[in-house]
Design a protein around this ligand. Structure first.
Ligand code: ADP
Ligand code: NA
Length: 330
């Protein structure tokens, strides 16, 4: 294919994807499969950087794949696979570990955040080096672009640095990738605490929109979102973080510009926006839940999609790894 290539991944977390995952990343994955040679994976190797129950991990990996298909990934238009099915990730990961400075790895803020949550003594070396595995994930596919949320920008920078370092030392081998981060949805915030990003680990239960929750519960969360004591519905992330977050979500899910939304809510109260958004959310998550369940109920199709995906991914990954090994002197 002469189309530019994209690569991205998502963790197989328990329960379901949250709205931040969808708006910040997965939605772009769906769009990019039309214009790009797209590789998307469920990153189970990354999941074991924190303790996992084997049966749950296996189930969550399938659940993640089912949700990606439900969100609109089409195996005819993209390569969807599970990271551990392609051993080259771990193999190139080791090479990249050996190119990374200890101080350089220590500067990764995601590790600092995640290890703080774990308790510094409990954090594994795997959690420390996971950004370096991510470097290998991207470089294996010679990706031009990496669609992710804002929290991943630093890791794409590291990827660029390591690719340039390897190329400089051993000869042109890797494509230098760029982050693909849409400004509007780069960071979706917690509905109860719009100062922090929506995330599985840091959000309050009421501030986190899980896509597979009971639609009624989701509507309730939207209606009780924290706003401010003012009444004007205006996009102003600095001073009106809660309302701005709701406008962003509404804008993307209804394909309406924020300016148009501001106009249509002129003179109206926050309650009107929340009621409308609750309805939009319900209309979005209801079919999403049904489709996810359909994929889960058909394990043969799911297995076959993932097996074919792994085969396609391996063909590319093996070629890059062979070239890399040759350059290194293996
Ligand atoms: P989490 O960040 O919840 O642990 P992942 O690390 O698996 O989930 O992230 C999957 C993708 O979702 C990444 O591209 C990440 O940048 C994106 N993402 C996660 N949370 C948000 C958010 N609140 N807003 C925008 N994008 C997000
Ligand atoms: Na993340």
């Amino acid at each position: 294919s002469d189309r530019p290539r994209v690569l991205s991944g998502i963790q197989p977390t328990a329960g379901s994807f949250h709205l931040g995952n969808y708006l910040g990343a997965v939605r772009q994955w769906v769009a990019l499969q039309e214009s790009h040679d797209a590789f998307y994976m469920v990153v189970d190797l990354h999941a074991i950087t924190v303790p996992q129950d084997p049966a749950e991990l296996r189930a969550n990996t399938r659940l993640a794949a089912a949700q990606l298909l439900a969100a609109g990934l089409d195996p005819e238009r993209c390569t969807l696979f599970v990271q551990s099915h392609v051993p080259e990730h771990a193999q190139l990961g080791w090479v990249m570990n050996c190119l990374t400075g200890f101080g350089e790895a220590s500067r990764m803020t995601q590790f600092k955040d995640k290890s703080a949550k774990q308790g510094a003594d409990r954090a594994t070396v795997g959690l420390f080096t996971y950004p370096i595995l991510q470097v290998a994930d991207i470089l294996l596919y010679q990706a031009h672009q990496v669609p992710v949320g804002e929290d991943q920008r630093q890791h794409i920078e590291l990827t660029r640095d390591l690719a340039e370092r390897f190329n400089g030392r051993f000869g042109e081998t890797f494509t230098i990738p760029s982050p693909y981060i849409l400004k509007e949805t780069a960071k979706i915030y917690d509905l109860q605490d719009p100062a922090v990003k929506m995330s599985k680990s840091a959000s309050t239960p009421k501030g986190l929109i899980n896509l597979l929750d009971e639609p009624k519960a989701t509507a309730k969360k939207v209606k009780s979102a924290v706003t401010d004591t003012d009444t004007v519905i205006r996009f102003d992330p600095e001073n009106k973080a809660g309302v701005s977050n709701l406008l962003t979500i509404m804008s993307v899910l209804t394909d309406t510009s924020v300016a148009d939304l501001e106009k249509s809510y002129e003179g109206k109260m926050y309650g009107a926006l929340k009621t409308d958004l609750a309805e939009v959310m319900v209309d979005f998550v209801t079919p999403f839940r049904t489709r996810t369940q359909e994929y889960l109920d058909d394990p043969e199709t799911l297995d076959s999609v993932l097996a074919k995906g792994a085969e396609k991914a391996r063909a590319v990954a093996a070629e890059t790894l062979a070239q890399t090994y040759e350059r290194i002197g293996f």
